[in-house]
Design a protein around this ligand. Structure first.
Ligand SMILES: Cc1ncc(C[n+]2csc(CCOP(=O)(O)OP(=O)(O)O)c2C)c(N)n1
Length: 376
């Protein structure tokens, strides 16, 4: 069905505020929202994480008396559980909200390993939180959808948060906004230069999404093995904490964290934790394309966020920026000099990737074992 049908039903019911974190299964909805409302105004806000988006919906309801719509990949339910059960729930403030959840890893549907467990437990999580839901499929008819919407709307009238769980291919849009920025260097080119710049003893903790897929393919193309790279295929936003602990445990080994802007923003509190512990062997690279590129390109506020200043304020010893191949090479040379604490490099990149980008062919457990034996 068309995502516009969902938004039209929302408008008729009185939902006029939209927020969330994008998901590839919800690309149709995200494109529709971006094309209609952009991300700069007050109608549509791309949140830093799913829990924050629930908070925005709560504030919106308190101020306007109207529920908001919060979209997320099912991986984001974990980030949202606390505000869902301790804020929105009818046992607490009884604040209604419409969740739209992309169902990655649905049982019986082929998907990547990081989605399988989450897909299996998604409906059970909603049941456990007492959140009524309806499932949207590619064969949901307009009449069927409107009947579902009415059922969920009457539950929202009584203060309940409710959900649509969206199967692959269920929500489409003819709108195809062009996401982008003014930068020319691609993420893959930047990542390639970073991998080349270092000695053979370092490890690379890579963020969730296409960056890790590019690292995997770059290693293949160079005929190198994958034992120095941890791909963090799930757990968006936590790569820097993994890197911090490895850096502290292995002070004689350089540890790189190759992070995304959306991912670092999702758990920005990691910066001061790294700044306080201050390992001198950690280089934290934030690839800032101003977007959640992996899942479609929806902008994040990182386009205007000064990550370098944030890192400086958080206690990083050396903070560098780059926005071209030559400035990146200079930043890398500087970063690899001895420093008394962690280094952060913000790399401004274009928003885009190769259309034929593959996926890791090794399993997460193989990745874990290879990295652990390399580190040992
Ligand atoms: C908790 C959680 N929410 C949402 C997602 C879906 N997701 C996967 S990659 C990604 C975008 C990551 O953006 P960024 O870190 O800026 O990297 P980019 O894709 O732009 O390289 C999102 C939203 C997820 N995996 N986990």
């Amino acid at each position: 069905m068309q995502a516009s049908l969902l938004l039209d039903a929302c408008r008729k019911y009185g939902i006029d505020f939209f927020t969330g974190v994008p998901d590839s299964l919800l690309k149709g909805l995200c494109n529709e929202l971006y094309d209609r409302f952009g991300t700069e105004g007050d109608t549509h806000v791309v949140a830093h994480n799913e829990g924050g988006a629930i908070g925005l919906c709560a504030g919106h309801y308190l101020a306007s008396g109207k529920p908001g719509l919060c979209y997320m990949q099912n991986s984001g339910i974990g980030n949202a559980v606390n505000p869902l059960v301790s804020l929105m729930d009818t046992d607490v403030y009884a604040i209604p909200c419409l969740l739209v959840i992309g169902w990655r890893g649905e049982p019986g549907v082929k998907d990547e390993p990081q989605h399988m467990k989450q897909g299996k437990i998604t409906l059970g999580q909603l049941d456990l939180m007492d959140i009524p839901y309806r499932i949207l499929s590619s064969d949901t008819t307009e009449a069927g959808f409107l009947a579902y919407f009415d059922e969920l709307a009457s539950l929202m009238d009584s203060g309940k948060t409710v959900a649509f769980v969206v199967r692959k291919g269920a929500l489409e849009s003819s709108r195809k906004p062009v996401y982008g920025n003014g930068y020319a260097m691609t993420r893959e080119s930047a990542v390639g230069r970073i991998l080349s710049s270092d000695d053979a003893g370092s490890v690379f903790i890579c963020t969730t999404g296409k960056l890790s897929r590019e690292v995997f393919e770059l290693r293949e193309a160079r005929g190198e093995d994958h034992s120095r790279d941890f791909l963090t295929v799930g757990s968006m936003g936590h790569a820097s904490m993994i890197a911090l602990r490895i850096a502290v445990e292995k002070p004689n080994r350089r540890v790189w964290c190759l992070d995304g802007d959306g991912a670092s923003l999702m758990h920005l509190g990691a910066l001061p934790v790294i700044g306080k512990r201050a390992p001198s062997n950690l280089i934290h690279v934030v690839i800032n394309n101003g977007a959640h590129e992996t899942v479609g390109g929806m902008p994040v506020c990182s386009g205007s966020m000064d990550i370098a200043s944030l890192a400086s304020a958080a206690g990083y010893t050396c903070v560098l920026t780059a926005d071209s191949e030559s400035s990146l090479d200079r930043a890398l040379a500087e970063a690899e000099k001895p420093h008394s604490g962690p280094v952060l490099i913000e790399v401004r990149c274009a928003c885009g990737s190769r259309s034929d980008l593959g996926r890791p062919t090794t399993t997460p457990v193989m990745n874990r074992d290879a990295l652990m034996s390399f580190i040992r």
